[in-house]
Design a protein around this ligand. Structure first.
Ligand SMILES: C[S@@+](CC[C@H](N)C(=O)[O-])C[C@H]1O[C@@H](n2cnc3c(N)ncnc32)[C@H](O)[C@@H]1O
Length: 207
């Protein structure tokens, strides 16, 4: 395992001291913060809504959601115990008040959450999902009528290009459609060195 591979692995599953460094990078790097803010804006949240973030990491986007769904519920799910602990420290008050629930587990655990949700989203997690279509089917099942999903991705490979982002967006949209989600559309955020894309789709066609 090269040093680069060891570092990249910490962004897929942060563990131990290196994992905490990765979490710190996620929470402080300006492009990462901007991507999270932008994604939550695209969700068009309103008070009372119920939202899930898959792969919440240190919990930057959870904070934006909590500020926008007063009286609702925010659920953060992550396979990394270190990231769940970091998010819990960041949002201790919301957690104590029951406005935030943190779940330590694989993305598939979204299928076991109680009740329906208005929005389910992820930021730079979709590239780690082996069977995207299966996950999107679980997500669709947890969405309330009128609910929406959003998946944001910014290429992190070596020498990434805009074409890498566009290709991934097309694959995500196709997998969403295959899982029964409708009206997929892609937004693009101009970031350096490559744009981020967010693919959004709905549970039901607009009447
Ligand atoms: C690159 S970090 C992004 C974190 C956060 N969304 C952000 O933008 O700052 C990816 C996160 O997704 C989590 N993750 C990756 N694959 C996952 C999976 N299959 N199930 C649950 N969590 C996953 C990792 O533990 C990590 O915290």
């Amino acid at each position: 395992v090269s040093f680069r591979e060891a570092v990249v692995a910490q962004f897929q599953h942060p563990r131990g001291p290196l994992g905490r460094v990765a979490g710190w990078v996620m929470a402080t790097r300006p492009s990462n913060r901007e991507r999270n803010r932008w994604t939550v804006d695209l969700l068009e949240l309103s008070p009372g809504q119920r939202v899930v973030e898959i792969g919440c990491g240190p919990g930057v986007a959870l904070g934006h959601c909590l500020a926008q769904v007063e009286g609702g519920l925010v659920v953060g799910l992550d396979q990394s115990a270190a990231m769940i602990a970091t998010a819990a420290r960041r949002h201790g008050a919301a957690l104590a008040e029951g406005r935030l629930i943190l779940v330590h587990g694989n993305a598939r655990a979204v299928g076991q959450l109680d009740g329906g949700f208005d929005r389910i989203f992820a930021v730079n997690v979709v590239q780690f999902i082996a069977d995207r279509k299966a996950l999107f089917a679980l997500i669709r099942d947890r969405l309330k009528p009128g609910g929406r999903v959003a998946m944001t991705y910014q290429p992190r490979n070596r020498n990434p290009t805009r074409a890498d982002a566009v290709r991934m967006a097309e694959q995500i949209a196709a997998d969403m459609a295959a899982a029964g989600l409708v009206d997929a559309r892609t937004a693009e955020l101009p970031l350096k060195p490559v744009p981020a894309v967010c693919v959004m789709a709905a549970r039901d066609a607009l009447a």
